[in-house]
Design a protein around this ligand. Structure first.
Ligand SMILES: Cc1cc2nc3c(=O)[nH]c(=O)nc-3n(C[C@H](O)[C@H](O)[C@H](O)COP(=O)(O)OP(=O)(O)OC[C@H]3O[C@@H](n4cnc5c(N)ncnc54)[C@H](O)[C@@H]3O)c2cc1C
Length: 463
C-alpha cells in the first residue's frame, strides 16, 4: 500500500469524524475573536486562515455535517458520490488542488472531455454534429465580451440546435435559463488552470480540510446583532459575543430571512442580495449494473432537444471516475419544476431520456436513482448564485462589511469564480485576511489557546 493511500484514508477518516465531533485543539472556543457562520468551503477556508494568523474562531454550522454544498456521501450507492459540487475548477495555485494532491486524492483531468451526441434515438450524423458545433460557437461568440444584459437577448436568430447548446450553457452550467442569465456573470469568470473530477469526492476533500477545526455542527445562527460594540450572534442554542463575524450562508438563505440582522441590513445591501438569487442545477444520478451501453467513462452525453426554450432536457456525465453512474443534469425553470415533482418523477424522467438514446435495455439494467435536494434544503434554497441580468455588480454591493465587524464570504461574493467551490474557498480566505487586518494583523500562534476541544467545551461559548 502506498503512502499516498494511507494518507488519503487517514484524511477521509478525519473528515468523517469531524462531522460528529470537532476534534483537535487549535484556538480558544470561548469568547472567540471571530464567529464564522456556516462550515461550507468559504467558512472552512476562513477558519483555517484565521487560525493560521493566530486569531481565535468558532464556526457555527446548522447542519449535522460540514462541507455545505460540497457533500460526498457513500450511503446511496455504496461508493463516494457528490450530491453537490463534483468538478474542482479554478485558478493556478488553488490551495484545494494542492491539498487534494498532498492527501492522495485521485484527480481525473476533465479538460477536453469527450461527448456522445444523439438525435432522435440514434447517434448524430457528421452533419448534425457540425450543426451542434456551430450552434455552440455562434452562441459563445454572441455572449462573450457583451454588456451585462440577458443571454437570451443576444441569441442569434434561426440557429438550428440552439436549444440544445443553450441547455448546457445556461441551466446546466449557470443554473438558470438564458432569459435569466447575466452576461456580466458569464464574462466575469477567470480562466481555469484545473478541471478535475475526484474519485473520492470533492465534498470529502472540503470536509477533510475542516477536520479538527473548532466547528459546532447542529447549531443554527438566527440573528447577527451588530448594534453594540463587537457582534452578538444569536443561535438556537444560545448567543455568543465576538469582535467580528463572517457570514457565509447562501444568498437563498439570506433572501429568505434564514438569518436576520439587528439593525437590518442597509436597504441597498438587502436589495443586492435579492439581485443575486439562487439558480438550480438538479443532479439525477442513475446507477446501472455495470453495462456501459457503448458510452465512455467521463464523457458527456447529449441529445438534440426540441427547439422550444427553456428545454425540458436532462443531459448526462457517464461513468464518472469509473463508477456505474450516469449522472443526469437538469437546471433552470425545468430543474425547479422537476425538483418540486419529487425524486421518483425526476428519476423516471432521466431514465426515460437515457433509454431514449441507448435503448430500452437501460430499464432492465437500471439499479437505482437519486435526485439531489438542494432546492428544498432550507440551508441552501438552490444550488448556486446567479445574478439577474444587468445586476452582476450587485455581487460586490451585497458583500460590503457592516461597521467594520460583520463580513460576508461565500461563492456568491467571488469576483472571478462565483458559483464554484474554488470561488467560495478563495472568498473565505480573502475575507478572513480582511478580518485579521481589522483586528490588528496576524499574531504569533503561541498566543492561541491550545486546550482540547470537545463539543461540550465549544457549546460553553454559547451563553
Ligand atoms: C448540485 C450542485 C452542483 C454543483 N457543482 C459544482 C461543481 O461541479 N464545481 C464547483 O466548483 N461548484 C459546484 N457547485 C457549487 C458549490 O457547491 C458551491 O459554490 C460551494 O460549495 C459554496 O460554498 P459556500 O461555502 O459559499 O456555501 P455553502 O456550502 O452553502 O456553506 C454555507 C453553510 O452555511 C450553513 N448554514 C446555512 N444557514 C445557516 C445558519 N442559519 N446557521 C449556521 N449555518 C448555516 C449551510 O448548512 C452551509 O453548510 C455545485 C452546487 C450544487 C448544489
Amino acid at each position: 500500500m502506498s503512502r499516498a493511500r494511507l494518507d488519503r484514508r487517514a484524511f477521509l477518516a478525519m473528515a468523517a469524524a469531524s462531522a460528529a465531533l470537532p476534534g483537535a485543539s487549535r484556538a480558544a472556543p470561548t469568547n472567540p475573536e471571530v464567529v464564522v457562520i456556516g462550515a461550507g468551503a468559504a467558512g472552512i477556508a476562513a477558519a483555517r486562515r484565521l487560525i493560521a494568523d493566530g486569531r481565535s474562531v468558532l464556526v457555527i454550522e446548522a447542519a449535522d455535517r460540514i462541507g455545505g454544498r460540497a457533500y460526498t456521501e457513500s450511503e446511496t450507492f455504496g461508493f463516494p458520490y457528490d450530491q453537490g459540487a463534483a468538478w474542482l475548477q479554478g485558478p493556478e495555485g488553488l490551495p484545494l488542488v494542492e491539498a487534494a494532491r498532498a492527501a492522495g486524492f485521485t484527480l481525473v483531468d476533465h479538460d477536453d472531455a469527450g461527448e456522445a451526441f444523439f438525435v432522435g434515438g440514434r447517434r448524430a450524423t457528421d452533419a448534425e454534429w457540425a450543426q451542434y458545433g456551430l450552434a455552440n460557437d455562434r452562441i459563445e461568440a454572441a455572449l462573450y465580451g457583451a454588456p451585462d444584459v440577458s443571454a437570451a437577448s443576444r441569441l442569434p436568430d434561426n440557429l438550428p440546435m440552439s436549444a440544445t447548446a443553450q441547455s448546457w450553457m445556461g441551466p446546466m452550467d449557470f443554473g438558470v435559463d438564458f432569459a435569466d442569465l447575466s452576461l456580466g456573470d458569464v464574462n466575469a469568470y477567470g480562466s481555469y488552470a484545473y478541471n478535475y473530477l475526484i474519485r473520492e469526492g470533492l465534498g470529502a476533500l472540503v470536509a477533510g480540510l475542516g477536520a479538527g477545526l473548532p466547528i459546532l455542527t447542529g447549531v443554527a445562527a438566527r440573528r447577527v446583532d451588530w448594534s453594540g460594540p463587537g457582534v452578538r450572534v444569536e443561535t438556537d442554542r444560545g448567543a455568543i459575543s465576538a469582535e467580528a463575524c463572517i457570514v457565509t450562508v447562501s444568498t437563498g438563505v439570506l433572501a429568505a430571512g434564514g438569518l436576520r440582522f439587528s439593525p437590518d441590513l442597509p436597504v441597498e445591501q438587502a436589495e443586492a442580495i435579492h439581485d443575486v438569487p439562487m439558480g438550480l442545477l438538479l443532479k439525477i444520478a442513475l446507477q446501472f449494473d455495470g453495462e456501459r451501453f457503448g458510452l465512455k467513462e467521463n464523457d458527456f452525453l447529449t441529445y438534440a432537444a426540441p427547439e422550444e426554450v427553456p428545454a425540458r432536457a436532462a443531459y448526462f456525465l457517464t461513468w464518472p471516475t469509473g463508477s456505474d453512474l450516469a449522472v443526469g443534469f437538469a437546471g433552470g425553470a425545468f430543474g425547479w419544476e422537476l425538483s418540486r415533482a419529487g425524486e421518483a418523477e425526476a428519476v423516471d424522467f432521466a431514465l426515460g431520456e437515457f433509454a431514449g438514446m441507448v435503448g430500452s435495455s437501460a430499464r432492465r439494467r437500471f439499479v437505482k436513482g437519486s435526485m439531489s435536494g438542494w432546492a428544498e434544503n432550507p440551508l441552501t434554497l438552490g444550488a448556486y448564485s446567479a445574478a439577474r441580468p444587468g445586476r452582476h455588480a450587485a455581487r460586490g454591493a451585497m458583500g460590503r462589511p457592516l461597521a467594520g465587524r460583520v463580513f460576508f464570504a461565500g461563492e456568491a461574493l467571488s469576483a472571478r469564480y462565483p458559483a464554484l467551490v474554488s470561488g467560495a474557498w478563495l472568498s473565505g480566505r480573502e475575507t478572513a485576511g480582511t478580518v485579521v487586518a481589522a483586528l490588528g494583523g496576524p499574531r504569533a500562534c503561541g498566543s492561541c489557546d491550545a486546550r482540547a476541544m470537545t463539543r461540550e467545551s465549544l457549546l460553553e461559548a454559547l451563553k
